[in-house]
Design a protein around this ligand. Sequence first.
Ligand code: ADP
Ligand code: MG
Length: 387
Amino acid sequence: MSASAILPGATLGVLGGGQLGRMFVHAAQRMGYATAVLDPDEGSPAGLVSHHHMRAAYLDEAGLAELARVSAAVTTEFENVPAEALERLARDVPVAPGADAVSIAQDRALEKAHFTRCGVPCAPHAVIESDEHLRAVDEALLPGVLKTARLGYDGKGQVRVATREELEQAWGGLKRVPCVLEKLLDLAFECSVIVARSRTGAMVHLPVQRNLHRGGILAVTEVHDGAVPHEAAQQAIDAARAVAQGLGYVGVLCVEFFVLKDGALVVNEMAPRPHNSGHWSMDACNVSQFELQVRTLANLPLVAPRQHSAAVMLNLLGDLWFIGGETAATPRWANVLALPGTHLHLYGKADARRGRKMGHLTISAADPAQARRVALDAAAILGIEPF
Ligand code: ADP
Ligand code: MG
């Protein structure tokens, strides 16, 4: 199926107004599109910079109708957007990704079933929805991580459990909502792949990204020769493409992986949107993940991305505003920007809070050693632990 291109001058819509929506808006506007954002928050990062901002809840009928009316096509920027909202929009306007793919990504149990269908191994796990399920849990899954099937992010909605008693307690603590218990794996490191797939089935991907999480939140992403061993990288790319293909996916999809100490690759989860681990592409690649999102949404051609610089990305959490004490103080941006190849992105969030994603810093350099050196210098200035 070929679909006609939505050309610059048209309006592209996005459901959700966080930082991912903001960077989508920036990419779309750079290419000459107008933009529309639906988000209830008056000060939302994307709403602040968009041509149109519908201040409405994600299921507000009038807000959705207005978004559909002004937009030539609509995408989403966070996976917990109600699938009904996407279905409602799809009655009036092309929507990518589709509600069906987003629904699968919203539910860890469905997501794992999809990975398995695609022949991509995931962690040994069990779905827990009843006392019977709980009693039937195989000892071999302990110690494990109990995760709510829905609505978890940045390590929220997860508890590590070592024994059956802890498991029972943890499930109670999570209000006995449907959960997935995963075996705790011995990770060597984590990585992710960003894939973009068009309506016609054309697919491109970004180079494999090596990710360091701290406290369940992405802290550092490195993308350069040597960051991920070649064999694991190729396996991750093949797996990510199979996952997107299997969904008939349209848009940008991020697939996250664990690489185990024994070298095995295991898929962790997917996000039906651009991802924090792909932010480096704005500054070190000839096409960013957000431009890929624009291209897939507008039925524009996909051309294989080419990384032109080694990259390290540091997440800038609200914690950095409180290094000196209890009152928020602006981090030393001028000192960081004095380092070569630093690219500062701040999301326009008014209040810094611990654990809140305020921005990111990408370091681009001619070679991996230089990128790491500058990134470690920047980290030291900002108060980020070395890596
Ligand atoms: P979220 O949706 O919050 O990102 P994840 O399932 O990706 O949740 O878990 C967050 C982090 O916790 C992972 O990136 C990884 O560092 C760690 N983690 C999650 N599951 C496991 C596991 N089964 N074994 C070891 N570490 C895990
Ligand atoms: Mg994750």
